[in-house]
Design a protein. Structure first.
Length: 198
């Protein structure tokens, strides 16, 4: 809201003010000072603001480029490769090259999660009890679906779940090392599981 500027006194009001001012007496202990009425200066008419010319521009030309660095979760093989080595390095190297033959194998391909979890638990426990060291767990690579939903779905639910099961109790106490199998034994759809000694 804009404030109105004071309008000043018209000639009749000035005359009335001067008559009152002549009859007014100062309070005790105060000096009487003359009141000066200064005529108000006339305002200059406001000029219209100058128009600035806008140079042509392109949308986003002044912005900084933002790189599309999505932080994707690493693949199962990459996360297993970065896990610390807890077994003999020479044996691990032979195992990764497919030179060591697994003593037993289980095929979880086509099972539901609940069935596969129970079967894996039983297989690892019996293999450990029999003194086996290297076993092969086949999960399959998973089926790629054309699901265009808002949340991406990973292909191969078992392939992603089995390393997690093998690292948690009760199987975590029996397993020494988990790594992706060599192409000869199933590649990305299978895991070498190296068990601890009994």
């Amino acid at each position: 809201m804009k404030r109105r500027s004071p309008r000043g006194l018209n000639p009749e009001e000035k005359d009335l003010w001067e008559r009152v001012a002549r009859t007014a007496r100062p309070l005790e202990g105060r000096d009487m000072k003359p009141v000066l009425i200064v005529p108000k200066a006339k305002k200059k008419p406001a000029r219209a603001p100058e128009r600035k010319t806008i140079s042509p521009f392109e949308l986003g030309s002044a912005g900084t480029a933002v790189s599309q660095n999505h932080r994707l979760a690493p693949s199962v093989g990459a996360s297993l490769d970065t896990a610390p080595l807890r077994m003999d390095q020479k044996t691990f190297g032979r195992m990764k090259r497919g030179k060591t033959k697994p003593e037993a194998r289980i095929d979880l391909h086509g099972m539901r999660l609940s069935e596969a979890h129970g079967a894996l638990n039983a297989f690892i426990h019996t293999s450990h009890a029999r003194g086996r060291r290297l076993v092969l767990v086949i999960t399959g690579k998973g089926r790629v679906t054309n699901d265009d939903g808002p949340i991406p779905v990973r292909a191969g639910v078992l392939r992603h779940q089995v390393p997690d099961w093998l690292s948690r109790p009760p199987l975590g106490a029996l397993v020494l090392q988990v790594s992706e199998a060599h192409q000869r034994h199933g590649g990305g759809g299978a895991y070498y599981v190296y068990l601890r000694r009994t």
